[in-house]
Write a protein that binds this ligand. Structure first.
Ligand SMILES: N[C@@H](CCC(=O)N[C@@H](CS)C(=O)NCC(=O)O)C(=O)O
Length: 207
């Protein structure tokens, strides 16, 4: 299998962490967005969106990070990341969808304004966008904070794909100024995630 990734991408991080955690035999191929790799015809043929992550498993060319994590975890022998129980899987899918629709977007405003703009030299952070991002973040972080009350991980005592998906943006919390610290349960969970080597070993933002 080939996994095409870009260092510093939160969506690639989810997939990379699953590969590390389950010890899957995968070639990890780093692409360079700045050199236009994602626009090359061979990658566009695998993902017409021109985005990563992409997983290539023979004739299967799979894109969308959360779908890739589900596929990879289904290939491995029974594992706690993605238990073979329809109710647990539905719960994991619920949190992965919530992450993509709400939490990722809420955090993404901070990442773009406070990190990516300076990295790509495309201007100063916009205070109005940051204010809206803060309102959005507080709204959705409150949901996660409640869910983590009395739980080590999102579903309970075990780490699952939900943690890798929802946690992906938390890696940039300090650099992006995402206001996590008032949320005690999220802060504790973030620290627990950082102590998982499969997670910590994924490269963070490019230097
Ligand atoms: N919903 C997609 C989003 C993928 C995505 O936004 N990838 C970013 C890197 S995190 C990308 O490739 N961006 C390149 C671009 O937008 O041109 C997923 O979860 O895989």
């Amino acid at each position: 299998m080939n996994f095409y990734t870009v260092n510093g991408s939160p969506n690639c991080r989810k997939v990379h962490a699953v590969i590390n955690y389950l010890g899957l035999d995968t070639n990890i191929i780093e692409l360079d967005m700045m050199k236009g790799d994602l626009e090359k015809p061979e990658f566009k043929a695998m993902n017409p969106n021109g985005m990563v992550p992409i997983l290539e498993d023979g004739d299967l060319k799979l894109w969308e990070s959360n779908a890739i994590t589900q596929y990879l975890a289904s290939l491995a022998p029974a594992n706690s990341l993605y238990p073979d129980d329809p109710r647990v899987r539905a719960d994991i899918h619920r949190w992965q969808n919530w992450e993509e629709c709400h939490f990722n977007r809420a955090c993404g405003g901070f990442l773009f304004e406070n990190v990516l703009k300076s990295l790509f030299k495309i201007g100063q952070p916009d205070p109005a966008v940051l204010k809206e991002a803060e309102q959005n973040f507080n709204r959705f972080a409150a949901i996660l904070e409640d869910q983590l009350e009395g739980r080590d991980f999102i579903l309970g005592k075990d780490l699952t794909l939900a943690d890798f998906s929802v946690g992906a943006m938390m890696v940039y919390a300090d650099a992006a100024g995402i206001p996590v610290s008032p949320f005690k349960n999220i802060s504790g969970w973030k620290k627990r995630m950082e102590s998982i080597s499969a997670w910590a070993e994924v490269p963070a933002l490019p230097a």
